[in-house]
Design a protein around this ligand. Structure first.
Ligand code: BES
Ligand code: ZN
Length: 652
């Protein structure tokens, strides 16, 4: 320890004027779990989601957009010091896709749309985009359906009801001189869900004319644009034959395991791919948005466990990316997994959705239990659990790795005597945007993303850190730890003097229990015993500066229009092993109530404020004084200010 050693604590000072009063408690210095949760910011997740769902757009597995998603995530993870690998797993079959944008109109949930590309029509190739104006040809059943001047245009039509009608409408559009044809789905489900882009097959084939299939939402959006002016589209059609699907995995190796061969592994995953035509903002750019923010925060901690972040392609093809990835893991590597928390659809504003932890067998498991515990650490009571496969957790579950799907869903839990274990795969109502072109940024809730971050990020960080069990001869005594960056309050020992299951990264900390302290290098799970008398352990006194503030102070009610001094006091306790120590306070400034500040400054008096000898649990009086003048304007509500008290020394 050096002379930089210092202890700081923040106290909130609260006073009330008028009818509203309410003291605010001083926030205790956080332990590592709380500190981690405090850093998660869903705004970062939203930006990741925006890049995937808007800048890249729909990410059908086997298309370049899925790979672009993987490369984007790899870039983020590289920046956080992860070692990343992009896998190219083979696909047998083809993906015929149109990539669509507009130079003159704002495409809803654009700028990139994906339509199906008909193998009955021309494939332009990705290097030869076609640009043309769109005309709407209705049903296209007769020549009269086409607007004058359809020649050279992209003709948009409502999809005919049967194969014969579709053959006729495309033939009519071609006869009218169309340079390309879009056949759009028209159906709405009973619940009002607009149909996805259809596969379009027509006879005869038109090798010179691109033919595409658009969704019902695309149709509505294009008609709305055409009602107000011209619509030009630029597109390519491409048939990818036996392409590859992208999976990205980032690994952050544990300290002491530089080649990543032995440390336990904690993993979060999400899927990159979307169904054809869907921007997949909720399903499942949202999961990656949360993964990347977890990666950012945990990558700041020195850890003895390996962190693994998965971005799986091919989920919508039947979990093929995650299954292929899991198949690459030798048994010894699988055995190192602590758990895999899969996040798929982790923050829709759809009101009936709740946060669920779903397992393929309907039973709770380690990752579910840890999610509940993490929820409890920040007071979230909304988590529920039941049974579902249908996402990449299944691939991990099937090889014996504890995993669960975390999802905001309107899931209908079975009615007793049925249980999650006895039912099939569960019943649920998905939000209307699910698997549709409408699954854009409007289907993202920052608040629900934040809850997911706190639950899953909290569980992941907790399990990535080292477990420390404190045993001492001090029952019911606060435990503090200084790991070089301030004093943390870790909790209170039980009646037997124990405080089990604390979490620390790979750090050296001075752990203090009621005046007894020990400096411990925490590496892996570490039991710590403190059984000596106050102030000494084994004949050495670790440098200690400890400051504990009393209850937050409140002046009570300020009376408007009355000239009056107000005063209130609190206490502090100081423990110092230094040759001398001083207690100072940050600039008291002015108490404020929103935009309104008191005209006169707050005054703070500390007595004593310095010591020339070591002290243990020395009492300090802290007096707060506030003068209110007869003409001082006061705003209804609470006036408050947070002050930081700093205990420091130059002779530790
Ligand atoms: N995010 C969904 C999983 C899902 C959807 C869970 C609806 C609960 C309700 C996932 O991307 C998906 O669509 N899965 C497929 C199954 C998969 C094996 C192809 C599905 O549910 O149809
Ligand atoms: Zn899906």
């Amino acid at each position: 320890m050096h002379n930089a050693l210092r202890a700081a604590a923040a106290a909130a000072l609260v006073a009330a004027a008028g009818v509203l009063a309410g003291p605010a408690g001083a926030a205790p210095p956080p332990d590592y779990d709380q500190e981690t949760i405090a850093q998660f910011n869903s705004a970062s997740s939203v930006e990741t989601i925006r890049h995937l769902a808007v800048d890249i757009g729909p990410r059908r597995s086997g298309t370049p957009q899925e790979l672009e998603g993987a490369q984007y995530l790899a870039g983020i993870l590289d920046g956080y010091g992860f070692k990343t690998q992009i896998y190219a797993f083979p696909i047998t079959g083809n993906r015929a896709v149109a990539q669509v944008s507009s130079p003159n109109a704002t495409l809803t949930n654009g700028p990139h749309w994906q339509f199906s590309a008909s193998t009955s029509g021309k494939m332009t190739g990705t290097d030869n985009p076609v640009t043309g104006d769109v005309v709407y040809g209705g049903a296209g059943a007769t020549a009269a359906d086409f607007p004058a001047g359809s020649a050279g245009k992209i003709v948009l039509m409502d999809q005919g009801a049967n194969a014969a009608a579709r053959n006729t409408q495309v033939a009519n559009a071609v006869a009218a001189g169309a340079k390309a044809v879009i056949v759009a789905a028209t159906s709405l489900s009973a619940a009002g869900v607009a149909a996805a882009p259809p596969t379009v097959t027509v006879t005869p084939s038109y090798p010179d004319i691109p033919i595409m299939g658009a969704g019902r939402s695309h149709l509505d959006w294009m008609k709305a644009i055409l009602a107000n002016g011209p619509l030009t589209l630029t597109f390519t059609t491409m048939n990818y034959v036996n392409p590859t699907r992208a999976v990205v995995v980032g690994r952050r190796f544990a300290i002491g395991d530089p080649d990543g061969s032995k440390a336990p592994i904690v993993m979060v995953g999400a899927h990159i791919d979307s169904v054809l035509g869907a921007p997949g903002a909720h399903d499942d750019a949202s999961g990656n948005g949360v993964s990347m923010e977890i990666a950012r925060v945990v990558s700041k901690l020195p850890l003895d466990k390996e962190i693994r972040i998965g971005g799986f392609g091919g989920e919508e093809d039947g979990l093929t990316g995650s299954r292929a990835y899991v198949a690459t893991l030798p048994a010894a590597e699988r055995a190192r997994f602590v758990g895999e928390w899969q996040m798929d659809m982790v923050g829709t504003p759809y009101a009936p959705a709740k946060l669920w932890a779903l397992t393929p067998d309907g039973r709770s498991n380690f990752v579910v239990d840890e999610a509940y515990k993490a929820s409890g650490r920040f007071g979230f009571t909304g988590l529920d659990n039941c049974k579902l496969g249908q996402s990449d957790h299944q691939a991990f579950f099937d090889v014996g790795i504890p995993s669960a799907l975390f999802i905001w869903l309107d899931y209908h839990k079975p009615v007793a005597p049925a249980t999650c274990v006895s039912i099939g795969q569960g019943q649920y109502t998905t939000e209307p945007e699910y698997h549709r072109p409408a699954d854009g940024m409007n289907n993202i809730s920052p608040e629900r993303l934040q809850t997911t971050l706190d639950v899953i990020g909290g569980a992941l960080a907790h399990n990535a850190m080292n477990r420390v069990d404190i045993r001492s001869n001090k029952p019911n005594t606060p435990v503090q730890a200084d790991c070089g960056d301030g004093v943390r309050r870790m909790g209170t020992t039980d009646a037997a003097g124990a405080l089990p299951d604390l979490r620390f990264p790979h750090v050296t900390c001075t752990i203090q229990v009621g005046g007894s302290s020990r400096t411990v290098a925490i590496a892996g799970d570490t039991p710590v015993s403190l059984t000596a008398a106050d102030g000494s352990v084994g004949g050495t006194v670790p440098a200690t500066l400890a400051l504990t503030l009393g209850a937050p102070a409140s002046f009570g009610a300020f009376l408007p229009g009355v000239d009056k001094p107000y005063s209130v006091s609190t206490t502090a306790k100081v423990t110092s092993t230094a040759g001398e120590a001083a207690l100072t306070v940050s600039d008291p400034g002015h108490l404020a109530n929103g935009a309104f500040s008191l005209p006169e400054a707050l005054q703070v008096e500390i007595a004593p404020a310095s010591w020339t000898l070591p002290v243990s649990n020395a009492n300090v009086d802290i007096a707060f004084k506030q003068h209110i003048g007869a003409n001082d304007a006061l705003r209804t509500g609470s006036y408050s200010r947070t002050l930081t008290f700093t205990l420091s020394t130059t002779t530790p």
